[in-house]
Design a protein around this ligand. Structure first.
Ligand SMILES: Nc1ncnc2c1ncn2[C@@H]1O[C@H](COP(=O)(O)OP(=O)(O)OP(=O)(O)O)[C@@H](O)[C@H]1O
Length: 651
């Protein structure tokens, strides 16, 4: 049999140009390799007495030369022999680290503050990361000295033709990877990678939690000492100096035991990493062990970010694997209705794809997402029950998101979200949950009543609300656009009493049969409507298609008329849909003008009709209709005509 020949030049080209979409990850890859090299040496020291290593001395160092356009990543890890260089860097897709990882599994380590941390946390697995250096480098030189050897070797390549290996010098075991940056082309600038800011930024972003210190010489500024002979007009002078600093924070806060971390530390982490000025409202920690091991640290912000309700807002949690950032915002980890949750998920068990830009098995992510959703839900419920003031503040910020969640999931997320919702109670004059509404309801109540419109005060005074209140039933006042859609998607809400569940339909006091009228009352109203058929026909005609019909009302006490609707679309909803895109096709509401038979206005109308003055009936009907719209807080078609008609009456 013949062996396949690989065209390594093509393969390398493919590697460099097609695997990664983001060239800045080259630093993450080289640092990960350095971390692996150091980890391997540390592991050797644990398992081989002849290897004497002090863990505290192990480090990764980054150097740069702006003028020479070079970036160097060094480590004092296990190093590579001449053979290793040839095998590991000369063979694409050969990962020594992967083999090592399999052999070194589960040896416990002794890193302080970490919970049962494994001794090693090898990152490499595909044998390709190193070549990402050629995305930014026109030449890469690797100088390495294997632990225990006194020879050093240099591997050099331009990433096109091949590589050379030659003798070199290195004082200690370990490896230096020197990248000679490409020349800047029209739109591509590489120079930024050889700057202090550029490198610090990349380390903090991608490698902040690598377990070994990443050190770099940084420039600082200090005040020069005041000269002894300085006069009163002395102006302090400053000078720059350099200092080696550890730029990564190393221990990921989410891997530390909850009891060992103070809330202040969590707050600081949240504010720094998620760019917020305020402390989070809630901090949720998860350490999961089992088929899928992961740690998560989640935050509910105190305030909604300014763009939360815009299309620009991107939800998601930062996803880490073995302390290295894989994705800044992994959307799959949070459902839309918890899009405000910020935080970090870290799992070494994820099946990464070769570029570490995505995952291969989203089932793993889905499983984590499900667990996290439950955690967030439980935490919000605990806040609702134990710290109501904080919960109301939370709801002010994010209640809309929860309500949108019910609506946009067509009620599918109802079970998760319904008991987290708060609405304003007209009776109790405060925000209450649906459970609290039902707990306070009279025994004969069969539905949950709500009214939708603008402004609490205004809603509370609406006749359709006051009549229901007068009968002893509470009405939830809904003032946000999404409320009515949310109520519609909810449909009903179940009261749980031990094992028993009873569903209470949610009813809009302005559009539905509230079930508050007796059969007798209904019959009477129907008869009265029939008796006044002629008058009502004149009135319906006067409104020229704006109402479906005019009827005698059973729900009014004082007000002369009220507008109600039949079918699913209430007046408020119709008003909202009118302004929405695609308004022409939006369903219209079927409006009914209900007349209060107990009102003197009804007698006036009747008298006018009987006296043959239908012109008056029509004029009054117009006024009553507009007035009813105003009471609902809705715009009237012709305010000038309305004003003139009222003026006319006063003459
Ligand atoms: N700084 C280093 N010190 C010692 N060995 C190294 C170093 N950098 C790379 N190697 C060796 O070269 C091999 C190939 O590296 P490369 O980055 O291409 O792949 P990897 O790290 O194994 O996997 P991945 O593609 O997942 O990063 C490694 O497995 C490791 O054995």
């Amino acid at each position: 049999m013949r062996k396949f020949k690989t065209e390594s030049k093509k393969l390398l080209d493919l590697m460099i140009n097609s695997i990664y979409t983001n060239r800045e990850i080259f630093l993450r890859e080289l640092i990960s390799n350095a971390s692996d090299a150091v980890d391997k040496l540390y592991f050797r020291s644990l398992t081989d007495d002849s290897v004497q290593i002090n863990r505290a001395d192990l480090a990764i160092t980054i150097g740069f030369d702006e003028a020479a356009r070079t970036v160097t990543v060094s480590d004092n890890g296990i190093g590579m022999s001449k053979d290793d260089l040839d095998k590991n860097l000369g063979t694409i897709a050969h990962s020594d680290s992967y083999e090592f990882k399999a052999a070194a599994k589960d040896v416990p380590g002794e890193q302080e503050g970490l919970d049962d941390q494994k001794a090693v946390d090898i990152i490499g697995q595909f044998g390709v990361g190193f070549y990402s250096a050629f995305m930014v480098g026109k030449k890469v030189r690797v100088v390495s000295r294997a632990y225990g050897s006194d020879e050093a070797w240099a591997w050099e390549s331009d990433g096109i033709e091949g590589y050379t290996i030659s003798e070199a010098e290195r004082a200690e075991h370990g490896t230096d990877v020197v990248i000679y940056l490409k020349d800047d082309a029209d739109e591509e600038s590489y120079g930024e990678f050889a700057t202090e800011y550029g490198l610090t930024d990349l380390v903090k972003r991608y490698s902040n939690y690598v377990r070994y210190p990443i050190q770099m010489e940084v420039t600082k500024s200090r005040m020069k000492p005041r000269p002894a002979d300085a006069g009163d007009d002395y102006v302090p002078e400053f000078e720059n100096y350099t200092e080696v600093e550890t730029i990564n924070s190393m221990v990921p806060i989410w891997k530390r035991k909850g009891a060992e971390v103070s809330q202040e530390e969590y707050n600081e982490f949240y504010k720094t990493d998620f760019h917020d000025f305020e402390d989070p409202a809630r901090t949720i920690t998860v350490h999961a062990e089992g088929t899928l091991n992961y740690d998560a640290l989640l935050f509910v912000p105190s305030r909604a970010p300014f763009d939360l309700y815009t299309k620009e807002y991107k939800k998601g949690l930062a996803l880490y694997s073995s302390n290295v950032l894989i994705m800044d915002k992994c959307e799959e980890l949070v459902p839309d209705y918890f899009n405000f949750v910020r935080g970090v998920v870290d799992s070494a068990d994820l099946t990464l794809n070769i570029s570490r830009e995505t995952l291969q098995h989203n089932g793993q992510l889905r499983a984590i997402a499900r667990r996290l959703e439950k955690k967030v839900k439980a935490d919000l419920a605990a806040m609702r029950d134990d710290d109501r003031e904080a919960y109301e503040k939370f709801f002010e910020q994010f209640g809309r998101t929860l309500k949108f969640g019910v609506y946009t999931s067509y009620g599918m997320a109802k079970d998760t979200l319904a008991d987290l919702l708060l609405f304003y109670s007209a009776k109790q004059k405060k925000m209450i949950t649906l459970d609290e509404y039902l707990a306070d309801a009279p025994a004969d109540q069969e539905s949950i009543f709500f009214a939708a419109g603008e402004g609490l005060e205004h809603l509370a005074k609406m006749p359709i609300v006051t009549t229901v209140l007068a009968k002893g039933y509470d009405v939830l006042l809904c003032t946000e656009n999404v409320d009515e859609f949310c109520m519609m998607a909810l449909g009903d809400y179940a009261k749980k009493d031990g094992d028993e569940e009873r569903a209470f339909p949610l009813k809009n006091v302005g559009s539905e049969d509230l079930g508050l009228t007796t059969e007798e009352e209904k019959k009477e109203a129907a008869e009265a409507t029939e008796e006044n058929r002629e008058l009502f026909d004149v009135m319906t005609e006067a409104l020229g298609g704006r109402v479906e019909k005019v009827v005698v009302s059973t729900r009014l006490t004082d007000a002369p008329v009220v507008l109600t609707t039949e079918g699913a679309v209430s007046l408020q909803m119709a008003q909202m849909l009118k302004n929405a895109p695609g308004a022409e096709e939006a369903p219209k509401s079927q409006v009914v003008l209900e007349v209060n038979p107990k009102s003197p206005v009804f007698d006036t109308l009747k008298a006018a009709h009987e006296g043959g003055d239908d012109a008056k009936v029509k004029k009054y009907t117009e006024i009553l209709f507009d007035q009813a719209l105003l009471v609902e807080g809705l715009p009237i078609e012709d305010p000038i005509a309305f004003a003139q008609a009222v003026t006319e009456l006063m003459k």
